[in-house]
Design a binder for this molecule. Structure first.
Ligand SMILES: [Fe+2]
Length: 190
């Protein structure tokens, strides 16, 4: 049954992301789905799978795209998106998911960093809001203030204008982080 195949895909995504060395990845997957449903409670199955699995490569160290091999951060993110789409296609094929759904999820995930049409924008915004919501503290611990600020500026720029206020409403446990996020927003408006 198609619904069993979808449940199997969701479980597999969870299993893979639990192997990520970055412990926020599994929370980020679930939280991106939560943001997606907040932005569109009627979001379809393809969008829901795409939200859960858009960063799937992070649990597969040997298949993960490395940022150092790209000239720009955008090029790296584009390669990351395509790689995650490819991995998800393999998983969905293994579980016998219907081809039209596989194509839909792959297309959404391939565009999750850049956005595009209405559904791709929705996924991009859910991912971006979730980065601010659950990823920043651990990202900050790993990368330090400079990189985190750059990442926030990049994330804030790609967020749809009508959602930028939502970032300001997110509670940050650390006042330093809160300030860093505000500084990023200010530099975006320069
Ligand atoms: Fe993400």
């Amino acid at each position: 049954m198609e619904s069993d195949a979808i449940e199997n895909v969701k479980d597999k995504i969870d299993e893979i992301l639990l192997m990520s060395t970055n412990s926020e990845d599994v929370f980020h997957s679930i939280n991106t789905l939560e943001w997606l449903l907040k932005l569109d409670p009627e979001a379809d199955t393809a969008l829901r799978i795409a939200a859960l699995g858009h960063d799937i490569e992070r649990g597969l160290e040997d298949r993960m795209i490395q940022s150092g091999t790209f000239e720009t951060y955008d090029e790296f993110k584009q390669a990351h998106a395509l790689n995650c789409a490819e991995i998800l296609v393999e998983i969905m094929e293994d579980f016998g998911v219907e081809q039209s759904l596989i194509d839909d999820v792959a297309h959404l995930v391939a565009h999750h960093e850049s956005g595009g049409n209405e559904r791709e924008e929705l996924l991009k915004d859910a991912d971006t809001l979730s980065f601010f919501h659950v990823c920043i503290p651990l990202y900050y611990d790993r990368k330090g203030p400079e990189m985190t600020k750059k990442r926030c500026v990049w994330g804030f720029k790609k967020l749809s204008d009508n959602l930028k206020k939502d970032v300001l409403e997110i509670e940050f446990p650390d006042p330093e982080l809160k300030q860093l996020v505000i500084d990023s927003i200010v530099s975006d408006n320069d």
